[in-house]
Ligand binder design. Structure first.
Ligand SMILES: [Zn+2]
Length: 241
């Protein structure tokens, strides 16, 4: 073994010992087996869970939307843009609507600001330990990753390409290296035409159901058509007012 390999093996031995000491009797088995198979074993249960969701953003996206479905939108809530500092409203329609992040509907510690459901030990979404809501947490570990995925899907191009079997989502041709992540229904249209969609159904426009990887040339054409439609919509609106 090279010096580096010896060091890595020693570090893993220590991490594994730490993890074993800290691991409660009950722990999600998928996370344990994920952690044990890492080139660098995460040394704490919490890091093991983080690492698990980071590697499974599609699963996190699906779970976050399912959890949000259990909560539904708070009574009286509508999707609004505005002042993020004073009201916690999103400043742009590109940010996914999240009522429980808004100051008016915040539920406080122990419940997740993305999906509105209780957060349990280690940021998990099920109370496997019967210890009740974790009052030090206001995000599920899964929802942190889902939030990143919804806000910056370009960072997940590799996974999305694989899901599409490396075929362009629009033309069906082979995906080139320069291919880009695209929202099938553009977010400006979600804001201008689909704003009344019930939350969390709205979140589907940020999640996997509305994402595709398409070749750059196809993307450029799609964006040009969308820009033309957007101009036409503005003109029509101006005429009507
Ligand atoms: Zn959540």
């Amino acid at each position: 073994m090279s010096g580096w390999e010896t060091k890595k093996a020693e570090r893993n031995r220590q991490s594994l010992a730490r993890l074993n000491r800290a691991l409660p009797r009950i722990f999600p088995s998928a996370v344990v087996s994920w952690a044990l198979n890492r080139p660098f074993v995460p040394p704490t249960p919490r890091l093991a869970i983080d690492s698990y969701w980071r590697a499974h953003p599609i699963r996190a996206d699906r779970l976050a939307r399912a959890l949000a479905n259990r909560s539904g939108a708070p009574r009286g809530w509508t999707w609004q843009l505005g002042d993020s500092h004073n009201h916690g409203l999103p400043a742009t329609y590109r940010t996914p609507p999240a009522p429980y992040r808004e100051h008016a509907y915040r539920q406080g510690p122990g419940s997740c600001c993305v999906c509105g459901q209780p957060v349990y030990r280690f940021g998990w979404h099920v109370d496997l330990w019967d210890t009740g809501a974790n009052m030090n947490a206001s995000w599920h570990c899964a929802c942190v990753i889902a939030w990143q995925f919804w806000n910056a899907p370009s960072g997940y191009a590799r996974i999305l390409r694989r899901l599409q079997a490396r075929r362009c989502g629009q033309s069906g041709g082979r995906l080139w290296k320069s291919a880009e992540v695209d929202h099938r229904v553009p977010l400006f249209r979600v804001w201008s035409e689909l704003r009344q969609t019930r939350w969390p159904g709205l979140l589907d426009y940020w999640g996997l159901p509305n994402l595709q990887v398409i070749n750059r040339d196809v993307h450029v054409t799609k964006c040009a058509i969308e820009a033309r439609d957007r101009r036409a919509a503005h003109l029509l609106e101006a005429e009507l007012n």
